[in-house]
Structures are given as C-alpha cells and as structure tokens.
Design a protein around this ligand. Structure first.
Ligand code: ADP
Ligand code: ASP
Ligand code: MG
Length: 414
C-alpha cells in the first residue's frame, strides 16, 4: 500500500473555498494511486479564539481542560473536510487523536507523542481512500485528551508519516516553502530548495514557526524527508532532509527571529558552587526552557546572572526567583520584555570563520546594540531591543547576500 501524509495548516483550511483547494490536492494524490492521510489544523485564528475564551472564564485555566477545549478546533476541520471528500466520491472518514490512539505523555498543553497505533490505521486504510486525522492532539495513559504545543499539527503529520512508513510527508502551508528568513517581514527572502535537519532545527528553535521544532526532531530521528510547500501555489517547495555535501558550501542558510522573549537578571547572587543549580533547577522542574545564560565575573564573592525565557513563562520564572532569592543571596531581580532574539544559521559556519564578526559589524552599522550573544557550531544568536527586530533581520539578510544564488555570494575566511 502506497501512503502519503499531507498536513494542512490553519490558513489552508480557513473556510469552504480553501478546503476545496485542499480537496483538489488530496484527490490528485489519490488519483496517482496513493492512500492519503490528511492531517488538519484548526481553521486559522480558532485555537487563539478558544484559548482566549478560557482566559475569560478562569484566571488560571486547568491545563487538562484547556486541551479538551483546544482540540475542538481540529475536530471541526476534520469533520467538515471528510464531508467534502465524501461528496466528491472519495471513501473518507475523520479520526480524532484518541480514536487512532496517538499516545502521548500527560503534559497537558505541551504533550509529547509516545506511540501511534500504526497497525490500526493501516487496517483502516484498506477500506478508506482518505483518513482525515485531527492534528495537534492525542491522549494520555488515563484516556484524557492532550495537545502537542502550539504549531503541533506539524508534529502529528511527521509522526504519522514515521509510524506508517509513508512514501512521502508533505507539510502544506501559506508560503511556498522554507525561506532564508520569514518572507512576511523581508521581501528579499529567498525560498530554499533544501535544508538539513540540523539547520531546520536551529531555524525552528530560534523562531521560524514554519515547522514546529518537535516535528523536525521527529523527522531527524526517524529519517523522514519532509517537503514544505504551498497549498495555493504549485511549486516543489523545500525538502528538509539529511545534510549532503552541497549544503556545507553554503555559509549561511537563514536568519530567524523570535520576539517572544524576556530577559531576566538576578543581581548579586553568591558566587559559589551550587548556586546556578539552585536557580535553574526549580525553573527546569516547571518545564520552563531557559536559553541564553550569562554569568558576570565575580566581585566580592558575588555575581550577576542574566538569561532569557519565553514571555509566556516570565510570571512563573519571577515567582520561582522571588521564592529562592534569599537562599542564593541575591539583592535584586529585574526583567525586560522589550527584547528579541535574532539568529544567523548555517552548517557552513563549521568550516568558515568570520560569520560572527560580520554579523556584529552589520548590526553596529545600523546602531543596533547587542544585549547578549550566544553561539553554537552552526548558529550565532544576538539579543537586541525588539523595536529593531525587522531592521536586524533585513540587515543580516543583506550582509550575507541571502537574496542571491549561493554560488554568487562572498564566502567567509576559511
Ligand atoms: P500553518 O498555519 O500552515 O502551520 P504557520 O503560520 O504555522 O503556518 O507557519 C507559516 C509561517 O511561518 C509563514 O506564514 C511565515 O510567516 C512564517 N515563517 C517564519 N520564518 C519562516 C521561514 N524562514 N520560511 C518560511 N516561513 C517562515
Ligand atoms: N491549531 C494549533 C495551533 O494553532 C496547532 C497547529 O496549527 O499546528 O497551534
Ligand atoms: Mg504552524
């Protein structure tokens, strides 16, 4: 049995006309002899609407009930789409996360997929042409509904493709593929024909929401080539796959930015063994991801620690720090939400120096101050004031000539 998994995002299913376009794509694929597993998101704006409704009813909504609420968005999409398929003469049915047993952890609102009953799905595929699966959702060991974090339908799509050993995994969205940077903020952004899992992981974790991070982790772990493409424009899109030789020659592949950032500084903590663990241990226990961390040089046995967290985690982080403030000898805690992370990403950096200095010089020419810097083997991240986000992205895009064909760009020093 030949199987293709096709995931469609919120804008692709927002209304009848758009779903008819989805139907066209699915019919075309079925016409080529494939069984089609269609993973759908909620109509665009619907998940936000549901979550803000919860905020009106409860100051701190119960996480498990939030998931029951949020999963309804995808339920609507798969029901309506299955109706369209049936009317078009396809044998189709909808499937919710708990019906096909997408087993997840119990981390409500941010669960991880543990297992998928692929055999049951394959059995269903004997009888159906199309299975419309609700993305973003699963169920835990207690039979309660869970969701996979914002943007989680991408992960549903890739995980289903891995479990079913599908012949192809296609993620349809509102742009033509993965670009050198967000095409909605930089009109010179250029579509990439291919990108490695590692670069895509960095792009996604540094803010490029075109694919959810976990979907890329899944794709890499199970070696699922993922094609990102547009629902509305016929174009082969971008292939996300294992690194090949040609990718090394590209110095920088893309620029990502993330405005959902807050910077926290805890002043005058004791500079002694165990203090960092006392600060970051309780933060990690609450599932809060800390990104850039800087510890100042010591003065009189004390030091300052600065780090970044997602803005949504700021209140929880401040509550934890306030509780441990006295234990770590801290005098003051401050935060700043007017910040943004901008990252330059490329596997070519492994073999070429000069990317960091060129990035810093470009920012300085625009008068953009760097508040924090962090690097990895294939990434340079700068924290800046968020009012400069768009300018910084465009400046770095220009500096590394990302609007040009890779063969025509200047290369750094080897
Ligand atoms: P969907 O609803 O289809 O899942 P998303 O809104 O989650 O779509 O992701 C697509 C969006 O990702 C695009 O509209 C674009 O603004 C944004 N984006 C950010 N960085 C990039 C990038 N490097 N390449 C393509 N899109 C990007
Ligand atoms: N509907 C969910 C969200 O808005 C999942 C998704 O679209 O991937 O986050
Ligand atoms: Mg998305």
């Amino acid at each position: 049995m030949k199987i293709v998994v096709q995931k469609f995002g919120g804008t692709s299913v927002a209304g009848l006309e758009r779903m008819q376009r989805v139907l066209e794509i699915v019919r075309r694929t079925h016409g080529k002899g494939y069984k089609v597993v269609v993973v759908l998101s909620a109509m665009s704006g619907e998940t936000n609407r549901l979550l803000s409704l919860a905020q009106q009813f409860s100051k701190e909504p119960d996480a498990a009930e939030l998931d029951v609420l949020a999963t309804t968005g995808e339920q609507v999409s798969v029901a309506l789409f299955s109706m369209l398929c049936k009317d078009a003469g396809l044998k189709a049915r909808s499937l919710l996360g708990h019906q096909i047993q997408i087993k997840t952890t119990c981390d409500y609102t941010n669960a991880r997929i543990l297992d998928i009953d692929a055999a049951a799905m394959k059995a269903l595929l004997q009888d159906y042409d199309v299975l419309a699966v609700a993305g973003f959702q699963g169920c835990d060991e207690h039979g309660r509904l869970t969701t996979l974090g914002r943007g989680g339908s991408d992960t549903s799509g890739v995980a289903l493709a891995a479990a079913l050993k599908a012949d192809a995994c296609e993620i349809y969205t509102d742009v033509e593929g993965v670009f050198t940077t967000d095409p909605n903020i930089c009109d010179k952004a250029r579509k990439l024909d291919k990108i490695s899992y590692d670069e895509m992981l960095e792009m996604a974790s540094m803010g490029a929401k075109v694919l959810q991070i976990r979907s890329v982790e899944f794709a890499k772990k199970y070696n699922v080539p993922v094609r990102v493409l547009s629902t509305f424009i016929d174009n082969p899109g971008t292939l996300v796959s294992q690194e090949d030789k040609s990718m090394e020659y590209v110095l920088v592949s893309g620029i990502a930015y993330d405005k959902d950032q807050a910077r926290v500084t805890i002043y005058d903590v004791l500079d002694q063994p165990g203090v960092a663990a006392s600060i970051f241990g309780p933060i990690a226990e609450k599932g809060i991801l800390v990104d850039m961390i800087i510890q100042n040089t010591s003065r009189d046995g004390h030091t300052d620690m600065t780090f970044t967290v997602s803005r949504k985690d700021l209140d929880k982080t401040m509550a934890i720090l306030t509780a441990i403030k006295a234990d770590v000898g801290a005098k003051e805690i401050q935060f700043d939400t007017g910040v943004c992370k901008v990252s330059v990403i490329g596997v070519g950096m492994r073999n070429h120096s000069g990317v960091a200095s060129r990035s810093f010089a470009a920012m300085s020419r625009e008068g953009i101050n760097l508040l924090m810097i962090s690097t990895s083997e294939i990434k340079i991240t700068m924290l800046i004031e968020d009012k400069y986000a768009e300018l910084a992205v465009r400046t770095l895009h220009e500096e590394f000539e990302l609007d040009k064909d890779p063969g025509e760009r200047k290369v750094g020093e080897v």
